[in-house]
Design a binder for this molecule. Sequence first.
Ligand code: UD1
Length: 315
Amino acid sequence: MDHFLVTGGAGFIGSALVRGLLAKGADRVVVVDSLLTGYERNLDEVRGAVDFHRADIRDYDAVRRAMEGVNVVFHEAAIPSVPRSINDPIPSHDVNINGTFNVLRAAKDAGVRRVIYAASSSAYGDTLVLPKVETMRALPKSPYAAQKLMGEYYMSVWASCFGLETISLRYFNVFGPRQDPTSQYSGVLSLFITAILNRRTPTIFGDGETSRDFTYVEDVVGLNLRAAEAPATASGKVFNAGNGGRITLNEAWALLQKFEGVSIPPIYGPTRPGDVRDSQADTTAAVRELGHSPQVSFEDGLRKTLEWYRATTKL
Ligand code: UD1
C-alpha cells in the first residue's frame, strides 16, 4: 500500500483523514502539523500508527524530511476562515500561499507521486447560477478565497510543468465531530451546536437566508480516498467536494432547536464582509471521474455531530 502524509493531520478534517487512511489499511501515516489550529488529542485513538512531525508547512527542510518515502500527500494544512483573512491577512497569505508552494516543492523533490489539495468552495464567490460547477469562472470575494484559488493554480501548474500528479478538491463547508468551536472564526455549525447545548443565543450574520452546502466530514474523507486511487487522467483537475444540498442558516438553527426541543430565537447581526450569499455544489464531475458518493444527509450529519459534542464537551 502507498505511504501517506497528511499536512494539517491534527486538525478537524486532517485527523479524520488520518483515521480513514488507517481504517483502510495504511500501516503508517505521516502527519505534519504546527498545532496552530490543530490538536494532538484529535489523534489520540491512532497515535501509535502516526509518525507525527510538529512542523510548519513554511519550513521547507522539515516538510521535505517528513516526505521521505511518501507516495501520496493530502495537503489539508491552512489558516482557514474568510473573516480571519480580512482581519489578519498576513498569516493566512503566508501559510496558505507560501506554505502550499513549499509543500509542492518538497513533494516534487521527494519523488511523491500525487498531491491532493484541500481547495475551497469560496473560490466561486457569488455566481448567478446554482449549483456551482467547476467550469464556472472563479470570482473570489476574500483574501482566503483568493489564496485557496492560487493553491489550485499551483496544483495544476505542478502537474503540467513538473510531472507531479495533483488533484484539487473544493470543500463545501465541511462539518462534523472535532471541529473546534472555540474561536470567533470557527465554522458556523460548531458554534450553533455549542450554543444550543448551552442554551445560549446564537448570532446569525445577515438575515439567516444565507445558504450553504454543508458537507459531512466522513464524506469528504471518502472522496479524498477515492482521489488517491483515481486514474492519472484526473491529475491537474479541480473537483467540487460537496454534498449537493443547500441549507439556510435559519433552517440549520431551526433543526437544532427541534432536536433539542427548545425555542431560542437567534440574534441577527450585520452580514460579514467577504461572505458568499449562496453555496451549493454540482457533484457531477466528482461522481463521474472520482466515484464520489456522499453517504450522510445534512440532518443525519447534524445529529451525529450534536451527539459527539454532547458526549465530549463539558457543559
Ligand atoms: C468558507 C467556505 C468554506 C471553507 C471555509 C473555511 C464559502 C461558501 N465557504 O466558509 O468552503 O471551508 O470558508 O473557513 O465561502 N455565521 C453566522 N454566525 C456565526 C458564524 C458564522 O451567521 O456565529 C455565518 C457566516 O457569516 C456565513 C455562514 O455562517 O454566512 C458560514 O460561515 P462559516 O462557517 O465561517 O463558513 P464560510 O465562510 O461560509
